[in-house]
Ligand binder design. Structure first.
Ligand code: GLC
Length: 421
């Protein structure tokens, strides 16, 4: 094991156990909420400045209207915990360049430029600390449509005159240094897209390691999204999958997928395409069963509230997790695969195979296919203790047949534990 691997193992231990985190996209874009000058702008909410080609001058005016007086850090932390999520990653600076924290490198920040005048990241830091929740920051290191040298804004700036390295060294790195020192401890630094110049990515990584060795760096610091290369080059601590992309099969390296609850990250007033709680539970099981973490997003409103439909879904998921959390936290991929069309999924801990039954058998016999004879059960029982005790099972060819009652204990996902000898 290299020194880097050794450090990474220690850094990432809590994250492997956590499995489920809350992503928060919050910024000025919550004000237009997907509508600009009476037009519904297609695309994700936080990209409205780009998608509607809003000039820096015009977009800046939003600061005067940003006064999220309903924001309550303790309430957000409570929702996160009730949802069974173990960490928060919130946007410190998104592509629009607006800073949601106090910074001395620009006045374009929530404390100095808005009537609100408070620092939500500091308030979240305190609330998370009090509740023992991990807090991390999303920071857009590459795109910055507000900064003359940041990438992506060709409607205000002449891109050929830009000096990206200057922006990176004189703005991005100092701001990340502020985040790492003023908002300690920073559990995760969630960089996005990729850093176009590898030398700068390495420089940033070295700085983070020096200032805050415990901070986990997301896979999007560099290289291609979803590829393990960044991990093996020692740039990132885990692989970040593409948005909403769950890999086809299990992956041996640490990985995470960011996922939307509807079809946007930043709040959009007219996006009601919510995933059901059952869908979210199935996604979580799928992700953990492939060895990954799920970072599930909410997009708070301009008043500072997590939208009610999101909260309702998350609380349902949290209810399921309170009963079945053992099969998720610290669990990972099972040593055996299931047929793709199987009505169940596996998660696993040494000595315990968790069978998540999504489709309940109509004939009282749950058949688990084990092609290679990997299951060696000594006991089977429901994870939810309803007094059923041990379940009867027998082998029929390569099927392990478990006798189950007529109805599932939980219509979304009833978990059966197989203990191995
Ligand atoms: C994409 C988008 C960005 C969003 C992110 C979340 O990279 O550009 O708006 O924050 O995905 O994973």
């Amino acid at each position: 094991m290299t020194e880097y691997e050794y450090d990474r193992d220690r850094r990432i231990a809590w994250w492997r156990e956590a499995r489920f985190g809350m992503f928060i996209h919050w910024g000025l874009y919550a004000i237009p909420a997907g509508v600009w000058k009476g037009r519904c702008i297609p695309g994700v909410g936080e990209w409205i400045m780009y998608n509607a080609r809003i000039s820096v001058k015009e977009y800046e005016k939003l600061t005067k209207r940003f006064n999220p007086i309903k924001f309550d850090a303790r309430e957000w932390v409570r929702i996160t915990k009730d949802a069974g999520m173990k960490y928060i990653v919130i946007t410190a600076k998104h592509h629009d360049g607006f800073c949601m924290f106090d910074t001395k490198y620009t006045d374009y920040n929530i404390v100095k430029a808005t009537p609100f005048g408070r620092d939500p990241l500091e308030e979240l830091r305190e609330a998370s600390k009090a509740e023992g929740l991990k807090l991390g920051f999303y920071y857009s290191q590459t795109f910055d449509w507000h900064h003359p040298d940041g990438m992506g804004n060709d409607w205000d700036y002449d891109l050929s005159k830009q000096n990206f390295a200057r922006y990176f060294r004189e703005y991005v790195e100092p701001q990340i240094e502020e985040l790492l020192t003023n908002y300690k401890p920073v559990a995760v630094l969630w960089l996005d897209i990729t850093t176009p110049i590898p030398e700068l990515a390495r420089e940033l990584r070295d700085m983070v390691r020096r200032l805050s060795p415990e901070t986990i760096i997301s896979g999007r610091i560099g290289g291609r999204v979803g590829r393990p290369a960044t991990l093996s080059r020692g740039l990132a601590d885990y692989i970040s999958m593409g948005d909403n992309q769950i890999p086809d099969r299990k992956i041996g390296d640490d990985w995470e997928v960011p996922m939307t609850l509807n079809d946007t990250w930043g709040y959009k007033s007219y996006d009601h395409n919510w995933k059901s709680p059952g869908k979210v539970i199935q996604i979580l099981v799928e992700v953990v069963g492939k060895g990954g973490n799920l970072l599930l997003n909410v997009g708070p409103t301009a008043e500072g509230e997590i939208p009610k439909p999101s909260v309702d879904i998350l609380l349902e998921v949290g209810r399921w997790l309170r009963i079945n959390g053992e099969s998720i936290y610290g669990a990972g991929a099972a040593p055996l695969d299931m047929p793709n069309d199987a009505p169940y999924r596996f998660t696993y801990k040494p000595g315990k195979l968790y069978i998540h039954v999504f489709g309940w058998p109509w004939d009282g016999e749950l058949r688990i296919f084990d092609a290679e004879g990997k299951i060696k059960p000594v006991e089977a029982y429901f994870l939810e203790d309803r007094g059923y005790g041990g379940l009867t099972y027998k082998w029929s060819g390569r099927d392990l047949v478990i006798e189950v009652p007529e109805k599932p204990l939980d219509p979304i996902d009833t978990v059966i534990v197989l203990e191995e000898g």
